[in-house]
Design a protein around this ligand. Structure first.
Ligand SMILES: [Zn+2]
Length: 291
């Protein structure tokens, strides 16, 4: 299938370990994380090599906790020319936090990532797309901490979030202070009256490549970028198994072996860049380097 090469799509990775999956009681306690086997460094290294081979830039939304445990990871990603952004520190859902605890968590993640890379951290993606109606205050916290764009909104209802909004990049203006924030929402394709996510996580692993291409065609025909989001664990066929309900297990583990091939096929077919570039924030990126 021919691609529409006028549109530059957004390539992003949420850098967390397999045990940061939400609502898996067996691994929910952060006190246990240090003792669990880790796959984040090995799989992230593969991701960086694969997208480097395709001469593509991407955004890595890194969990502050992961950056602290693996102090060379963010630096390696930045040195390869990619954008380092934050995925929070503890991977807590925003709608379960207060503005104060969200601020503490976000600031801690920004501090560790900017210290390690020497760059200003401009982008944020909430764990599990957990900015929901009623948590618009999160945007004011982001403004106060110097965040320049958000990639947390998921314009369809889902298990852990969902926020009704425009389907493509837009300006989020519903913060209590009224300050506007560039927003890059997750891609949800229209399928009759329903919406279907096709370009990230379990959805990308579950769907056949032709269905994913259909989503790209729909978005790019409207001049709209697709946002890809994947995790290191999405590429790990040997991802540790933990007890969880059967439906959840299916969504977590199916398709792990084919994800690499799908990503490589998409990299060959479509144009991609980092989120900051897709949002047109490039100019300030250079100026944003911490002296
Ligand atoms: Zn996450």
């Amino acid at each position: 299938m021919m691609s529409d090469d006028r549109v530059v799509n957004a390539l992003s990775f949420d850098i967390e370990d397999w045990f940061h999956m939400v609502e898996i009681p067996a691994v929910a306690d952060p006190a246990r994380w240090d003792d669990l086997p880790s796959l984040v460094v090995e799989q992230t290294r593969w991701i960086v090599e694969a997208i480097g081979a395709a001469s593509t830039r991407a955004t890595f939304f890194i969990l502050g906790w992961v950056a602290d445990r693996h102090p060379h990871l963010a630096k390696m990603i930045a040195a390869a020319g990619h954008e380092v952004a934050t995925h929070s520190y503890w991977h807590r859902k925003v709608y379960e936090l207060t503005p104060e605890s969200f601020r503490d968590d976000l600031k801690r993640s920004i501090d560790v990532l900017s210290d390690q890379t020497g760059r200003r951290i401009r982008g944020f993606r909430a764990p599990s797309f957990s900015i929901t109606p009623g948590t618009e205050w999160a945007f004011d916290v982001m403004h106060d901490l110097g965040i320049e764009y958000d990639a947390s909104l998921f314009p369809a209802s889902r298990g852990h979030g969902g926020y009704p909004c425009a389907p493509g990049p837009h300006s989020f203006t519903a913060a209590p202070s009224g300050r506007a924030m560039p927003e890059l929402p997750m891609s949800v394709m229209r399928l009759g009256p329903a919406g279907l996510c096709f370009s990230g996580g379990g959805y990308l692993r579950l769907l056949p490549l032709w269905a994913i291409r259909r989503g790209f065609a729909q978005f790019n025909a409207a001049g709209r970028p697709v946002v890809i989001y994947l995790h290191p664990r999405d590429f790990a066929p040997d991802c540790p198994r933990v007890p969880m309900p059967l439906t959840r297990r299916f969504k977590c583990y199916v398709g792990l072996r084919s994800t690499r091939g799908k990503l490589e096929a998409l990299l060959r077919s479509y144009r991609f860049d980092a989120c900051e570039s897709v949002l047109g924030l490039d100019g300030a990126a250079t100026a944003g380097a911490v002296a």
